[in-house]
Design a protein around this ligand. Structure first.
Ligand SMILES: N[C@@H](CCC(=O)N[C@@H](CS)C(=O)NCC(=O)O)C(=O)O
Length: 137
């Protein structure tokens, strides 16, 4: 690419996420592994920005990856997009059966680990902190 064709933004992609988002972390790890230069935008999920609502009007959740001015939502779908867009350091194995196993465990972790253990623990942590702070003078 010639200098005068250089994009106005130096970032290859933009990621809207939330510090404690397991899906957001996944996407960040993939971008870092691939060496993609991305802009991170922290989202307040309790007071969502108009940018998030415009980019993901369906679920209104993070993470959202913006690449070539197009938004992609749902972390596992974003991971597949990243893997298909940036070929270096493949996230999935070459053999279809091995890929099926990876997808099985990713789905299992999503359904059983994150939603049944991690999210309730985080919710309890927030609730406990609010409860404690309400007792402080
Ligand atoms: N299955 C989705 C889950 C996304 C999700 O639950 N994101 C949370 C942050 S961890 C969120 O944006 N919550 C705001 C809301 O529920 O309104 C993914 O993996 O991307």
């Amino acid at each position: 690419m010639e200098m005068n064709q250089k994009k106005t933004s130096s970032w290859e992609a933009k990621l809207l996420s939330f510090l404690l988002s397991p899906g957001g972390r996944r996407v960040e790890w993939a971008l870092k592994l691939k060496g993609v230069d991305y802009e991170y935008v922290e989202e307040d999920i309790f007071n969502k920005s108009t940018l998030l609502l415009e980019l993901n009007p369906v679920t209104k959740k993070v993470p959202v990856l913006v690449h070539d001015n197009k938004p992609i939502a749902e972390s596992l779908i974003i991971l597949e997009y990243i893997d298909e867009t940036w070929n270096q350091y493949p996230l999935l194995p070459h053999h279809p059966y091995q890929r099926a196993l990876v997808r099985f465990w990713a789905n299992f972790a999503e359904q059983k680990v994150i939603y049944h253990t991690f999210i309730p623990s985080i919710s309890f942590y927030f609730y406990f902190n609010v409860l404690l702070s309400s007792f402080q003078c």
